[in-house]
Design a protein around this ligand. Structure first.
Ligand code: ST9
Ligand code: ZN
Ligand code: ZN
Length: 408
């Protein structure tokens, strides 16, 4: 299958151009194998306004960090930390699990609460956030992915907010169905008043509380507020960067997202990213329930008090089948995976006699990528986002094959 697929082990780009003095190819080492990704830079570059804003924010952040360690009163610190968790829930339980993925349903008071928490986070209005995130799932690791991790750690982390979006992002983004988001009056309200709401809940209120109630100076209160904001931004961005590059691929080796406990710790449970991209409709974004997953605990509690319902999850048997079919094989004791390879190949020994799990992972990953079919597409995009129309579906298939071509 796919005789046109080129594997790169040398200093050659996919089209066999030598990689000398060019920024058109990105070099990335995956499991000891060097891959090259084609990157187009034929659209406008840096957005200076954002670069200056983020530079200033990071300068204030450093002073806020110093205050948080040595000078801030413990009661103010407790307030800032709790406030940050509320803002985080506005992203994780609200923007992400509720509105982007519809992985559970929330009654009006909870939706209003999460919308206000979301204003604390200052990460664009909910409709824009969900649009970009749905596109990220639909077109992961392609030009149409707003924070395509194939363009490097820095781009996936913050770089994508410092430059104009790739034309493919706008083109594919327009094909998304966002009618459910526009149908929610809570989201329409937030969009219409986003800036006043975000300024009030994200800046004026927390800074005033630190200044007037906890007695910090106005300047210190501002820097502490910036410290909270920038920290929560980085915790979120690590999901796009670190959790797309480092970690294990327990459920699907055909996709880049990884399992990262460390990212989960900072992102209230959002670091189990290989699971999440494989089963995007699971309200827990992981198979481990509340383990390093404060957001899952919060949604469970909301269900307990009757504010959340219709929580969607994946049954264990389905997870095991998927792990066996496409997951990373960790050791010889993985009988389910053995069975899969036995069925699929006549030479199981060749696959399973291996020096390390990472080498085996690479082999299986490359083999499966060659076998790309509709099942793997399910894994890439999740069942939640079914094709909108045939033409779009065809487009996705073509783009995915393009990516696979450059991955190999
Ligand atoms: C931020 C968001 O940080 C972070 C999101 C991360 C997501 C992570 C997900 C992981 C899971 C959850 C983890 C949670 C963990 C939480 C832990 C917490 C403790 N489709 O945008 P423009 C249209 S935000 C369709 O200006 P440019 C658009 O509608 C940080 N259409 O593009 C518009 O059309 P029109 C703060 C799209 O000019 C036109 O295109 N915010 C799409 O290329 C132009 O849109 C910032 O820093 C699409 N996807 O500029 C602001 N996208 O005019 C940053 C766009 O008709 N943003 N369109 O309405 C910007 O400044 C700009 O967007 C830009 C691009 C410079 C980046
Ligand atoms: Zn998601
Ligand atoms: Zn992702």
């Amino acid at each position: 299958m796919g005789t046109d697929i080129v594997t790169n082990h040398s200093d050659m780009a996919p089209d066999r151009t030598p990689l000398v003095n060019t920024n058109r190819y990105l070099k990335r080492k995956v499991n000891e194998q060097v891959n090259y990704y084609y990157v187009k830079y034929d659209y406008p570059g840096l957005v200076w306004r954002n670069a200056v804003i983020f530079a200033v924010l990071h300068a204030l952040y450093l002073y806020g960090f110093y205050l948080s360690l040595f000078s801030e009163t413990w009661s103010c610190w407790l307030f800032v930390y709790t406030y940050a968790v509320f803002g985080g829930l506005g992203i994780t339980a609200g923007a992400h699990r509720l509105w982007s993925h519809k992985s559970y349903k929330a009654r009006l008071p909870l939706r209003v609460f999460l919308m206000l928490c979301n204003c604390i986070a200052g990460q664009n209005d909910l409709i824009e956030w969900c649009r970009d995130h749905r596109l990220h799932h639909k077109a992961s690791e392609t030009d149409a992915d707003p924070h395509n991790s194939n363009r490097g750690w820095f781009f996936a982390h913050i770089g994508w907010l410092l430059q104009r979006k790739h034309p493919k992002v706008l083109e594919m983004g327009k094909k998304l169905d966002l009618s459910d988001l526009y149908a929610d009056p809570v989201l329409r309200f937030q969009k219409s008043l986003y800036w006043p709401l975000a300024l009030w809940f994200g800046l004026i209120l927390p800074v005033s509380v630190c200044h007037l109630y906890f007695g910090e100076s106005l300047w210190d209160s501002l820097c502490i507020g910036v410290w909270r904001y920038v920290t929560s931004l980085h915790c979120t961005w690590f999901v796009n960067s670190a959790a797309h590059i480092w970690g294990t691929q327990d459920y699907d080796t055909n996709i880049e997202p990884r399992e990262s406990g460390l990212v989960s710790l900072g992102a209230l449970g959002e670091g189990f990213h290989n699971y999440h991209h494989t089963f995007p409709y699971d309200y827990s974004t992981s198979e481990h329930g509340g383990y390093i997953n404060f957001t899952t605990m919060f949604i469970d509690f909301m269900k307990f008090v009757g504010l959340a319902h219709s929580l969607r999850s994946v049954n264990q048997e389905m997870i095991e089948r998927r792990r066996a079919r496409t997951g990373m094989v960790v050791d010889k004791g993985n009988l389910a995976a053995d069975r899969y390879v036995n069925e699929k190949e006549d030479k199981p020994d060749e696959v399973f006699t291996r020096p390390s799990s990472s080498v085996c992972n690479r082999r299986l990953s490359r083999k499966r990528a060659l076998d790309i079919n509709d099942n793997t597409l399910d894994g890439l995009y999740g069942k939640e986002f079914q094709p909108i129309d045939l033409e779009n579906d065809q487009q996705r298939l073509t783009e995915t094959k393009e990516v696979v071509k450059y991955l190999l």
